[in-house]
Write a protein that binds this ligand. Structure first.
Ligand code: HEM
Length: 166
């Protein structure tokens, strides 16, 4: 008897057990965001995020790039590593194209598909004092809010975006 004709594709490798609770983030996401802050003019941007992993490592590799929504010209980019722990905590290091370095600590909820992070360290920044990041996956869409506090302005939103898995 003939087969179904379906191609013999390999299933993707299962993530490391430490990474499994954050499997809802894995893959490539693309979408649009809005930037604002009391001291700047609002702007719109396109964005791609990639969360990748190797089954032997308890860490997620993260890369982000953004571009001007109107022209496609590159804007901010960043990359780093996400280290989830079995107790529901997560630590993240991020290096930004502006030269700023972040150490973030926070927690995840695998059922609600959320991650919330607060900066423990912001390095090599002339203005930024604090950064928070909150991510959520709902109906297969990834949304986030990034807030920051600067030397002149209290903690408030700088970035909001909605991305789809591609
Ligand atoms: C402005 C930080 C991500 C685009 C700023 C300012 C700071 C800042 C400190 C200046 C605010 C002021 O002068 O009061 C950060 C941090 C980020 C981040 C910490 C990540 C955690 C991004 C991203 C984009 C972006 C992803 C683009 C998609 C801009 C733009 C301005 C700005 C266009 C206004 C620039 C200007 O008026 O010269 N950001 N930013 N930022 N940011 Fe960000």
């Amino acid at each position: 008897m003939e087969g179904t004709g379906a191609p013999a594709t390999q299933p993707p490798p299962a993530p490391h057990p430490a990474v499994a609770p954050l499997a809802f983030l894995l893959g490539k996401w693309r979408g649009e965001g809005e930037g604002s802050f009391p001291t700047i003019a609002p702007f719109r941007y396109g964005e791609e995020l990639l969360f990748s992993h190797h089954p032997s490592k308890p860490v997620i590799s993260y890369t982000q790039k953004t571009w001007k929504a109107a022209s496609g010209e590159p804007m901010h980019a960043e990359s780093g590593y996400w280290r989830p722990r079995p107790d529901g905590s997560v630590e993240v290091v991020i290096s930004q194209s502006t030269g700023l370095a972040e150490v973030q600590k926070g927690s995840y909820d695998a059922e609600r598909k959320t991650v919330t992070l607060q900066s423990e360290l912001v390095g090599n920044a002339s203005k930024v004092k604090q950064i928070t990041r909150a991510f959520q996956v709902v109906d297969g869409e990834l949304s986030y809010v990034v807030q920051m506090a600067t030397i002149t302005t209290s903690l408030q939103p700088h970035l909001k975006a909605l991305l789809k898995k591609i």
